[in-house]
Design a protein around this ligand. Sequence first.
Ligand code: G6P
Length: 613
Amino acid sequence: MCGIVAYVGHRQAYEVIIKGLKRLEYRGYDSAGIAILESEDNLTVYKKKGKVADLEEFLEDKNLSSNIGIGHTRWATHGEPNDVNAHPHYSSHKDLALIHNGIIENYASLKQDLLNHGHIFESETDSEVFIHFIEDIKKHQMCSLDEAVRLALTKVVGAYAIVVMSKSDPNLLIAARKGSPLVIGLGKDEFFLASDATPIIEYTNEVVYLNDYEIAIIKDGKLSIKNTQDIPTTPYIQTLEMELETIEKGGFEHFMLKEIFEQPRSISDCMRGRLGAVKGHLVLGGIREYANKLENADRIIMLACGTSWHAGLVAEYIFEELCRIPVEVEYASEFRYRNPVIKEGDVVIAISQSGETADTLAAIELAKSKGAIIFGVCNVVGSSIARVSHEGAYTHAGPEIGVASTKAFTAQLTVLTMIALRVAHKKGTITERKYREFLVELENIPSKVEKVLELNDQIKYIADLYKHASNFLYLGRGYNFPVALEGALKLKEISYIHAEGYPAAEMKHGPIALIDEEMPVVFIATKDSSYEKIVSNIQEVVARKGRVIAIVTENDELIKDMAEFVIEIPATNELLTPLVSVVPLQLLSYHIAVMRGCNVDQPRNLAKSVTVE
Ligand code: G6P
């Protein structure tokens, strides 16, 4: 949610920043802007409503020479997306500029005080208040800029990652974070700051992840860090393993398609070094010290949002089946605002691709404060959720850039299944033979997903026939019920077609009223324990002239006779079916969205990483 990039060093800052903003555009894309120090005494801000490409076009004939600068791509919270509300924001004397990701909750009262001090605001944003507040403190306390930033941070309430630059110092950047991510890349005599590592990786793989309440001061080629209590801290330098190719499209038209096609590899990567079916080996290096808490848990609470919540629903079924531990799957945003019953030693599994989702993070903090043990299942290494968790397992799916989550979902399912198998094996709730069979079948999943990807042309053909529909229904039972929810979510988020996911048997309690000859109904009807039941549900839809598209197990002749189209996927163990059955639904929504002319990688109103509540 909002992407920030900043640079100081020997390169042209504009080049680094504009490229970085494009890499971060998945975080927000309603407006973008930069501030550079064109010459001594000339701190210039350029900003534009629209995509980063619109800003770039606007800047074509400008003199942008500068070795220091800050840039921002916005997802609006306070104030509509327009040129004025875009970042960076100036202080009143235009000698400071700030970019901000997050929300300042007490901005209204701060603004009132500043208005009383004579400040005049141009935008409706909380971020502009932030920089005026810093300016005001600097003036009244007659202190250095970094001290003014620090004092301001002790007063603001909310979440932020900020970078501030000053007209009077061409070698100074000040950054800080609380609740919103910020990474500092360390080059040779140069520094890069960004919301994640993707704008940094092509220049350096040495990074420092800023912690909450830390302030980074980059001055005259040196980095120092202190916290808001004014206590210096030692930067912890990490070496990133990310490759540049993993954040480029690699010949695919969209990141989403690339990421769908990456799944055989990403699922394998997720199991690499952890699972060896031949020897019956399953080790999760990130779950050791607290492993017994999981095994002895009276119940498990899964916390997540969006697609990650769907992964949690599948995991609920798997954990209850294999481990015989009751599981509750909670929307993090609901959980945090009621008074949940959490006992000392309760186990929470928090699932998040980005590891930065504000609601999930806050729900974790709540559970942690009541004594719960937190296991994080995150994709982004070093992310906030990964860091606040007691232990956990990364999904290792590689950077996911498409806003609609695809490979992260299947990687989450893979990790959650491995955790469940580990616990079940330790607890003895599954037999050795079953355990071994699962390991073998998990290893087979990447090749089964590969087979589904071979159906791409068939799915594209089907997409063409249904692309004008205004509604879709997705129905599944058991392990395929969350897949129905995920299929519907994928379609609505990228094609803007209204879609509902339902447990197939619930159809009779409402959605069946919607069915007519215009209504496409996607059934996920693989041969599993509820097969006969779902066949009856298909018949109920066909009898009402609904248009059935069914995801079925290879060689299913029965459903072929009832449905308009079937998409045949390889058979697998029932518990692992979602890993395979979700893939045709990802492709179906992708092709429909492309045919409808939608921007699949940057769907309207959405952002990849929701760092505001
Ligand atoms: C946003 C994204 C979704 C994602 C959800 C949760 O809404 O667009 O794709 O599922 O956030 O994000 P997380 O990073 O916590 O998995």
